[in-house]
Design a protein around this ligand. Structure first.
Ligand SMILES: Nc1ncnc2c1ncn2[C@@H]1O[C@H](COP(=O)(O)OP(=O)(O)OP(=O)(O)O)[C@@H](O)[C@H]1O
Ligand SMILES: O=c1[nH]c(=O)c2[nH+]cn([C@@H]3O[C@H](COP(=O)(O)O)[C@@H](O)[C@H]3O)c2[nH]1
Ligand SMILES: NC(=O)CC[C@H](N)C(=O)O
Ligand SMILES: [Mg+2]
Length: 513
């Protein structure tokens, strides 16, 4: 296999470390993430053309905070420190870092402060960036020059020499930093001298090899949902293993209107062996009386595993469970880096019981949804699969607030089908990350045909997003909202009020539980 230039990213616990890797991939360069405390030998063995030090939750003035191995500082390999990474470089190179009077979180502007900056060369004098920090570099290390300052005059970036050591207080890897990709481009190509040779096709070839090595002659059972991620995972693994792979679609009783039959139908065009199991009763049994969102997710995760293990025996015994887990599932479940916070346990990550006998295969674990879509297209998977909006494994259970019982699921299914039908009719399906209904356990008073009603509430949730990590609510046309609300109240007895969710992520999440 061809050898590509490599960048090592040292992870100090940032929520955005994988976004750094992803931006570098987009610029056609290979990168690897290693923990911040990796031995210098270990890092140098990867032969990096450059090293990026990520952000992180700690304060570098604390005695046991992450530090860079001194041998890497002296190695002559270009270094780029981002946020915590900048503070750490400043601290270790003899500058001063202090907790600032006020933190900076979110959108900010910085001004360029030096004619000569390898990272910012050719960019506008004023840049829109994204910040998330409290500590502040208040004294430059000897020999360093400021290259950017923020509006309040605080240091926002410095460089040493010809830019071989560079540091930014803001995050070039997040989409809200407008020139972020341009800055990383300068680091990779001008400072590190990388060649842009790496392609997603290389990722496919390498991953197919890795799956073969890992699995050998054992059998694999794939949890196939009809969604993008598991479909891409299955087609990729089939390329590696052929008929060692068996797929299982679980009708967990939490699917949308007519979804189970439609999913089985669409899979006919793909060359996969798909078995369907109807386990609705089992899932609803496990959810009886459960209203806490995390308890629901755990109950569903366990039931999935029980079903997978039961079926695996009957299908000739599989040693591996293949899932379409993506990076956002992992980071939100708090399963990445040291001390990342639990936002919600995705059923396929935090919900997996430790007693599970099967080994887990998750080839897409480091990727984001839009990258998985691109890989799907490269594998020749039709648009009906790759353009599909995400639908969470716990399904309608996390959209049916309160107890999950069949009569309430039936209400939600009907309301949700109407909203999605209207979205499709307006030609908006492909522009939205997701559009769906939520059912609230809140009843309110209405009047229908002169009769008093006291019935449940549906919420319309439609968002735009690039990767599901952040999202904005979609500004849908008023007449579409109006038609949807009238149809839901007219066609779904049991719902007498329709509301619209106008929060982004953050502060809300996309799903309500
Ligand atoms: N009904 C199901 N039957 C079998 N496996 C499932 C089912 N629902 C989810 N899974 C497994 O859990 C994983 C995570 O679900 P998730 O919804 O994130 O992915 P997906 O359904 O493949 O894609 P998408 O996010 O586009 O809906 C899936 O990739 C799949 O392996
Ligand atoms: O497979 C999944 N298992 C889950 O448990 C799960 N929870 C949320 N999601 C999907 O992930 C994206 C981000 O969702 P949230 O903003 O609600 O966290 C959105 O696209 C959600 O639909 C899930 N997918
Ligand atoms: N996002 C970061 O890297 C933050 C760094 C450090 N914890 C601060 O608050 O300043
Ligand atoms: Mg899904």
């Amino acid at each position: 296999m061809e050898v590509h230039d490599n960048i090592v990213i040292l992870d100090c616990g940032s929520q955005y470390t994988q976004l750094i890797a992803r931006r570098i991939r987009e610029l056609s360069v290979h990168s690897e993430i290693l923990p911040w405390d990796s031995d210098a030998e270990e890092v140098l063995r990867r032969n990096p053309k450059g090293i990026v030090v990520s952000g992180g939750p700690r304060s570098c003035i604390e005695p046991d905070a992450p530090r860079l191995d001194e041998r890497l500082l002296r190695s002559g390999i270009p270094l780029l420190g981002i946020c915590y990474g900048m503070q750490m470089l400043a601290h270790q190179l003899g500058g001063r870092v202090e907790r600032a009077g006020a933190a900076e979180y979110g959108r900010a502007r910085v001004e360029r402060a030096s004619e000569t900056s390898a990272l910012l060369e050719g960019l506008p004098a004023s840049l829109q960036v994204w910040m998330s920090h409290w500590d502040q570099v208040t004294g430059l290390p000897p020999g360093a020059r400021a290259v950017a300052v923020s509006e309040g005059g605080a240091l926002a970036g410095f460089e040493m020499g010809d830019g071989r050591i560079g540091a930014l207080q803001f995050h070039p890897e997040v989409a809200h930093t407008e020139q972020g990709t341009e800055i990383l481009r300068r680091f990779l190509f001008r400072i590190c001298g990388c060649d842009p040779t790496w392609r997603l096709e290389d990722w496919i070839d390498r991953t197919v090899e890795e799956i073969r090595e890992k699995v050998g002659a054992e059998r694999v059972l794939c949890g196939l949902s009809g969604g993008v991620d598991s479909t891409v995972a299955a087609v990729l693994t089939a390329r590696a293993l052929g008929d060692q792979l068996q797929c299982l679609f679980v009708d967990n009783g939490l699917l949308r209107k007519d979804e189970a039959d439609q999913v089985m139908d669409t899979y006919r065009v793909l060359d996969l062996s798909v078995h369907r199991v109807d386990a609705g009763g089992r899932f609803l049994g496990a959810l009886a009386g459960v209203t806490d969102p995390e308890a629901k997710r755990k109950a569903i995760g366990w039931t999935f595993v029980e079903v997978f293990e039961d079926v695996a025996g009957g299908l000739g015994g599989a040693a591996w469970l293949l899932q379409g887990t993506l990076y956002p599932d992992v980071i939100e479940s708090g399963h990445q880096g040291k001390g990342a916070s639990v936002i919600k346990s995705h059923h396929n990550v935090g919900g997996l019981p430790e007693i599970m006998k099967m080994k887990v295969l998750e080839p897409l674990r480091d990727l984001f949804k839009d990258e998985v879509r691109q890989i799907g297209r490269l594998l020749g998977i039709p648009e009906v699969f790759v353009a599909r909006q995400p639908f969470p494994g716990p399904g309608l259970a996390v959209r049916c607030l309160g107890e999950v019982v069949e009569p309430r699921l039936a209400l939600l299914r009907e309301a949700d089908a109407i909203f999605r039908e209207e979205i499709a009719a307006a030609g908006l399906y492909n522009q939205l990350w997701q559009a769906f209904c939520v059912l609230l356990p809140t009843r309110s008073v209405g009047v229908m045909g002169d009769v008093r009603t006291y019935a449940e509430t549906a919420v319309l949730r439609a968002v735009e997003s690039q990767d599901g990590m952040t999202a904005d609510w979609a500004r849908l046309p008023y007449d579409l909202l109006d038609r949807t609300a009238r149809r839901i109240c007219n066609e779904v007895p049991g719902i007498n009020r329709v509301t619209l969710d106008i929060t982004g992520k953050p502060p809300s999440t996309i799903e309500w539980e």
